[in-house]
Design a protein around this ligand. Sequence first.
Ligand SMILES: *Cc1c(COP(=O)(O)O)cnc(C)c1O
Length: 431
Amino acid sequence: MLFSLPLSKIPTHWYNILPDLPQPIAPALHPGTRQPAGPQDFATLFPMNIIEQEVSSEKRIAIPEEVRQIYALWRPTPLRRAVRLEQALGTPAHIYYKYEGVSPAGSHKPNSAVAQAYYNKQAGVKRLATETGAGQWGSSLALACSMFGLECVVYMVKVSFHQKPYRRSLMHTWGATVHASPTKHTHYGRKMIEAHPDSPGSLGIAISEAIEDTVTHPGTKYALGSVLNHVCMHQTVIGQEAIDQMELAGEEPDVVIGCAGGGSNFAGIAFPFIERNWHRNKKHRLLAVEPASCPSLTKGEFRYDFGDTAEMTPLMKMYTMGHDFVPPGIHAGGLRYHGMSPIISQLHHLRLIEARSYPQAPVFDAAIQFAKTEAIIPAPESAHAICAAIDEALDAKAKKEKRVILFNLSGHGFMDMSAYDSHLAHKIEPI
Ligand SMILES: *Cc1c(COP(=O)(O)O)cnc(C)c1O
């Protein structure tokens, strides 16, 4: 069952949750002085128009027309009711999913990549440097840069560089330069290779390399695919559309679920619903799902930490595994980040959202059950949300209650078929 919206229903504004938070997030700290960081401390990395968004107290920020026109290539994205999955589970629950895999890069990430490329272009930037885990963010930024005529250089975590060769091909096709991180191109990369010649890399290391590249190349700025406030905000087009689509379906979700790496796709579906809890007296539960092998929200500490391994970024107060944590090479590469968005961390600290973690094997079982019933092959990251949605549906069945479940299917798994092969051959690590 499909609930589709006309082009005119692409949101006109992003929702900035910052001014609505019951308690503000702690300020970022300068990595040297450990004093609250001002806009100037971010200016080597980001153009001023993005920094202004990062700290904005405006609740609604207009989406530039050029960005909306590019969104219109794949937005509004579909929202469907998973009737066949409900039947297979024998649950009285209704399961809905918002499908972000229809974007050209196959995930939610272009929602922010396009916006970031646009603002950098406006600010006169010529080249963007970034890191990527599974390659989803790198391919999204490569796509966005090609739309606006910017150069793009991507530091890709080494284990994914080899596991996901076709993501690399996507980036090349859209014109980006891609390096396997740790690389020999940066001082920090060379240091890491000397210390650990077999390092599989990590997002933290790749971020350090992209930042070093940025500060050593004039005309270059840095782009981050998750975690930061402006990235979470760009993703709120997802939840705003979902609210309109649930209205078409004539239901309200009891629980809204998203997987969480750095937190932006969860933010995208959840924040507009949290706003309704605060201002319209609704009682939606919000559930973030993460891998058991990188459980920042469920097992991490809530404290100040660096965003990268080399301690170059400002410190942010967030749930973290520690900035030198190197998670195992699970297939959900997009969920291998040591920290969590400071906003989502704050919401969890205040107990305004829930969090849960799952090991890899049940996540792939859920992915396969979804593929066999709803036909779409999900990204391993998104399968974490499916796993939680199935658990919620089975819990509703056990309690004989009607529960309306909405989850964000953040991407398709066409570039992850080797992970499916490993699972089907029972070779997946039970982590
Ligand atoms: C990157 C990615 C995620 C994780 O996103 P965050 O916004 O960092 O939490 C989830 N699903 C897919 C398909 C991804 O590519």
